[in-house]
Each structure stands twice: as C-alpha cells, then as structure tokens.
Design a protein around this ligand. Structure first.
Ligand code: ACO
Length: 151
C-alpha cells in the first residue's frame, strides 16, 4: 500500500464527524446525502461499531485534519465457499481539490488489505464505465455485469 502524504491520515468514521460536515461534503461529490439529523447519524455509527467485523467506514483526513476522502468495506459473511467472506467496496469519493494525489488508490489498497486481514476470498464493487481505468490502476479487473432494481 503506498504511503499517504505527510500529515494525512486514514481512520474509521466516528460520531464526532457529524460536527464539521466535511464527511457529508465529501460524500456529496458521489451522490445525494440527504437530510441526516444528528441522532440518526449517531445511531448509524453505533450500528456500524457494534458490527466492526462487517462495517469498515473509512476516511482520509488532510494536513488540516479535514475529511477529503471516503470509502467503505462491507464484509459479507456467506454460506458458500466453506462459510467464506466477500468484501464489497462502496462509497469511494475524493474531494475534487484533492483528486490526482493517489488518495483514491490508497483508500482502495487499504480497503483491500482490510478485506484480506478479515479473510475475504475476493473483493468486488460496482462502478461507472468512466471509473474502470482508475480501478484497474488499483489492481482490480472487470468481472461480470452490474445489474440493479430501483424503488
Ligand atoms: N480515468 C482514468 N484514470 C484515472 C481516473 C479516471 N477517471 N481517475 C484516476 N485515474 C488514475 C490516475 O491518473 C492515477 O494513475 P497513475 O497512477 O498512472 O498516475 C490512478 O488512477 C490513481 O488515481 P488517484 O489519484 O488515486 O485518484 P483520485 O484520488 O483522484 O480518486 C476517484 C479517483 C475516486 C474516482 C475520484 O476521481 C472521485 O472521487 N470521483 C468522483 C466520485 C466517484 O466517481 N467515485 C467512485 C464511485 S464507484 C464506488 O464507490 C464503488
């Protein structure tokens, strides 16, 4: 895994991240965040923290201690493959002012490393065509077709 720039850190999301809204700002680059009141945010963090073997919500902070990148590794515990585990990478977002500094790649490499430590036999994700080259640079390969059903 390549090293982060000086002063940058990778860590788990915490309840304190509600205050300055930088987590929400970074995620809004990716998609609609919607209205999340503080009690709902805290309940979700508790839900994730009670299930640390499943939920790995990670962020990168810059030298000013501001969240500028996000990523989630969700570990699915399966019956098949001898009760194996599959890692799912979700919600990758890098603030535009910090893009092109390998932070996306460092996030992905770290999530893959967590998946390996957790004993996953593979890691998968869904993405747009325009991001395929980025994920290939992270060492991933196209496998199959993404499908969805929207409500
Ligand atoms: N097309 C081609 N190559 C790319 C692209 C791209 N769209 N994005 C990055 N790369 C290349 C870089 O040039 C670099 O190559 P190099 O090693 O040869 O120099 C390598 O991939 C690593 O790039 P990073 O600097 O780590 O990329 P960055 O930190 O800018 O993050 C990301 C890339 C996450 C796609 C960012 O642009 C972003 O947040 N985009 C908007 C949100 C988004 O689309 N997120 C992905 C959703 S899919 C999901 O969440 C599962």
């Amino acid at each position: 895994v390549p090293a982060l720039p000086q002063g940058y850190n990778l860590r788990r999301v915490g309840k304190e991240d509600f205050q300055d809204k930088n987590l929400f700002k970074t995620l809004s680059i990716l998609t609609t965040v919607g209205d999340i009141p503080e009690p709902k945010f805290h309940a979700l963090i508790e839900y994730w923290n009670d299930r640390k073997e499943i939920y790995n919500p990670m962020v990168i902070t810059n030298a000013e201690n501001v969240i500028i990148a996000t990523g989630m590794l969700f570990v699915e515990h399966k019956l098949i493959h001898g009760g194996g585990k599959v890692g799912h990478i979700e919600d990758i977002s890098v603030n535009p002012s910090e893009q092109g500094k390998k932070l996306g790649l460092i996030m992905i490499r770290n999530l893959i490393q967590i998946a390996q430590t957790e004993g996953c036999y593979k890691v998968i994700l869904d993405c747009d065509e325009k991001n395929v080259r980025f994920y290939e640079k992270c060492g991933m390969k196209i496998e199959g077709v993404e499908m969805g059903y929207r409500f």
